[in-house]
Design a protein around this ligand. Structure first.
Ligand code: TRP
Length: 335
């Protein structure tokens, strides 16, 4: 910061889809980090509602999930005064840039996306073009704001790579337009597995599955789910590839308490499984209970929530339009 220059903060963009009920896995993997980033970075966070319709969803669910996730993000610590928090569909520039970028995305590279292949197999009756285009809309989200850093779960890194390819292609076809974004997976807690099937990811759409702990579960429900967590016939609390249930619980405990799997192993060296599972449940309750209280306060007043959405969208809109205008002009559109 020599010569009295003010160092420009790097920009962060990330988003979550309002599908299903957010889980402890979502919280530990991504959401818990967002609030704290606002001190170091210039942050934009979005509820990716446009992405949510690539799989079948009822109108009332889309509406409720969207409001719930938006309020939940504030409840976990994303401060709408310190960063820009908004609904993706409130800023039309996302859909517009997506269309433009479609023309700089190759069919072959989009077809290689793992998530597209997986979702196509899971719902063969609804392999729609939106599902195929999903990563291009995601590229638009990121590139509109000239984001330097994109915090994501591991499964989304491939999409950020595709976004970089699109940006690179556009920049070299015209002239430098987009900042090259970098995908970043948080070091700990990036992958949390189901408590009932520790080989599967903790799913947020699994309704009342006892394998998923939802952020908004009551303390009683959380404790019950942890106590019933699948383990193995051994008795030692230690991480190992053939003890996936225990390893998952150790990972969860470490992420909840800010420790490591090793420190958790030491702490529970002399514990039996039942005592260990109770302690993990208590740690989860301790973190999630204040979130639920804050959430419930926010959901008491819909008008207030909509106001926060509106002001976030206005701020995002200004930044997005600037990029979008540049893109239109470079391609040759009459403006
Ligand atoms: N696809 C992301 C997910 O499933 C959500 C998302 C949408 C996103 N747009 C984004 C993440 C832009 C990062 C940047 O988790």
């Amino acid at each position: 910061m020599e010569n009295g220059q003010i160092e420009k903060k790097k920009r962060v963009f990330s988003a979550i889809k309002p599908t299903g009920n957010p889980t402890l896995g979502n919280y530990l993997g991504t959401m818990q980090y967002w609030g704290g980033m606002a001190d170091e970075y210039d942050c934009l966070f979005s509820v990716a509602d446009l992405h949510a319709i690539t799989v079948a969803i009822e109108p009332k669910d889309l509406r409720e999930n969207s409001k719930r996730l938006f309020a939940l993000l504030i409840a976990v610590g994303v401060d709408p005064e310190k960063c820009i928090l908004f609904m993706q569909s409130h800023v039309a520039a996302h859909s517009e840039l997506c269309w433009l970028l479609n023309n700089y995305t190759m069919f072959g590279e989009a077809r290689r996306m793992t998530q597209f292949k997986e979702k196509s197999e899971k719902a063969p009756e609804n392999v729609n073009v939106g599902l195929f285009d999903y990563p291009v809309l995601m590229a638009a989200d990121i590139l509109l704001y000239q984001a330097d850093i994109v915090p994501v779960g591991e499964d989304q890194l491939q999409h950020v790579e595709l976004c970089r390819n699109i940006a690179q292609r556009f920049n070299s076809r015209y002239s430098p337009t987009f900042v090259m974004p970098e995908g970043k997976v948080p070091k700990s807690g990036a992958r949390i597995y189901s408590l009932s099937d520790p080989t599967a990811k903790m799913g947020k759409s699994d309704g009342n599955d006892i394998g998923s702990v939802f952020i908004l579960d009551t303390p009683e429900v959380i404790m019950k789910k942890f106590k019933r967590a699948v383990t193995d016939s051994d008795t030692r609390v230690c991480a190992s590839p053939d003890k996936q249930g225990i390893t998952n619980l150790l990972t969860i405990y470490a992420a909840l308490t800010g420790g490591t799997v090793e420190s958790a192993e030491r702490e529970f060296e002399n514990s039996d499984y039942a005592a260990f599972k109770t302690r993990v449940g208590e740690a989860a309750v301790a973190r999630l209970e204040p979130v639920r209280t804050a959430y419930e306060r926010l959901r008491r007043n819909d008008a207030e929530l909509l106001d926060i959405m509106k002001s976030g969208a206005a701020k995002a809109e200004r930044l997005a339009r600037r990029t979008l205008e540049k893109v239109y002009k470079k391609i040759g559109f009459v403006r």
